[in-house]
Design a protein around this ligand. Structure first.
Ligand code: NDP
Length: 324
């Protein structure tokens, strides 16, 4: 038996139940991981609330963790008992242990602690494909990052700067603005008080941005499109304020032949060698110091309710983790 956070019916944070559950041994091609630190991600709230449907009920919530391999299933090569690993895989990680396909796991370099790994794998591989794959950030670009002081946001700001871009970050408070500035944002905009479209126009002297990375969704649409230079890319990767409603694609022509995309990490992980290659790039920028991973709060696993309340209440910055 292992202790885990399970969901029987979708809803607010209070539907997260801490209980014991059976966990069978690892299946073919799987490893069993004893968790040392568990990442908390905004996507966890979408499964909990029902915005993203879970395939079964009840289900264990959570999509990433780091820990030690305690058992290997049949057919597993490349992983051994005692290996330090991290993984990103759906609906299993808010638990003391989980089984995970080797395709979703990576071995951790010595320099990366369990805590750092749990705080960065999902968010950092997302940042990797955002700045290096879906739109390749180039020296001299001006990029807009919404929720710049959040988990993905702080990584995006630093990585964007490391690639030579001028980063503009929107944030919910003055404290968050200061944090984003310490992590690569040249300019910040308090988008709860200021008109961010107008401010982007002022900051860029009318030139606007080559790309907008938008994990906020409803509240920043369609304003984000007005922050783009002609031929710019609107990358919608999340819905912290709610999903964007259907819109007429003709708007992209009117606003300057824009590109709009709605990518997800799963697609990039499913490419041959995708997970390993994204992880390698992430380890590189963390090990060379251009991206620092900020863990701002730790919650015991049993207090997952409080972790979700803080995340959805816009109280958190950087990454937060659960400790089993
Ligand atoms: P964050 O740490 O960024 O937390 C969300 C932040 O969104 C808040 O701190 C808040 O910052 C901002 N926000 C704006 N409006 C609201 C609102 N109405 N309610 C709550 N928060 C709001 O979370 P993550 O780093 O885990 O994720 C960031 C985004 O990236 C999410 O949308 C997530 O779904 C997405 N994501 C997408 C992936 C993909 O591949 N497509 C993979 C990983 C994450 P502030 O107060 O500054 O506005």
């Amino acid at each position: 038996m292992v202790r885990a956070i399970r969901v029987y019916r979708t809803g607010g944070p209070e539907v997260l139940k801490y209980e014991e559950m059976e966990l069978p041994g690892p299946g073919r091609g799987e490893i069993r991981v004893q968790h040392k630190a568990i990442g908390v991600n905004y996507i966890d709230t979408y499964f909990r609330s029902g915005l993203y449907p879970a395939p079964t009920t009840p289900f264990t919530i959570g999509n990433e963790a780091a820990g030690l391999v305690t058992e290997v299933g049949k057919g597993v090569t490349g992983f051994r008992v005692g290996d330090r690993v991290a993984y990103v895989a759906g609906l299993r990680s808010y638990a003391e242990e989980a089984n995970v396909s080797v395709e979703a796991a990576v071995k951790l370099p010595k320099a990366i602690s369990f805590e750092t790994a749990a705080a960065m794998m999902l968010k950092g591989m997302t940042a990797e494909y955002l700045v290096r794959r879906i739109y390749k950030v180039r020296k001299g670009d001006t990029i807009l990052v919404h929720a710049a002081a959040g988990g993905v946001g702080l990584i995006l700001c630093q990585w964007g700067k490391a690639l030579g871009a001028t980063v503009i970050g929107t944030v919910g408070s003055a404290e968050k603005a200061a944090l984003a500035k310490r992590h690569g944002a040249r300019h910040t905009i308090l988008y709860r008080e200021e008109d961010f479209v107008k401010r982007v126009g002022e900051i860029t002297r009318g030139k606007k941005c080559q790309v907008v990375y938008d994990g906020v969704g409803k509240a920043t649409f369609p304003g984000s499109l007005d922050c783009l230079a002609p031929l710019g890319s609107f990358v919608s990767f999340g819905s912290a304020s709610g999903p964007i409603e259907a819109f007429n694609i003709g708007i992209l022509a009117q606003k300057g032949s824009l590109v709009a995309t709605r990518p997800t990490l799963n697609t990039f992980m499913a490419q041959p060698g995708g997970t390993v290659s994204m992880a390698r790039q992430l380890f590189k920028v963390v090990e060379n110091g251009s991206v620092k991973i900020k863990v701002t709060r730790h919650f015991p696993l049993r207090e997952a309710v409080a972790a979700h309340q803080a995340l959805e209440g816009r109280e958190t910055t950087g990454s937060i983790i659960l400790v089993p």
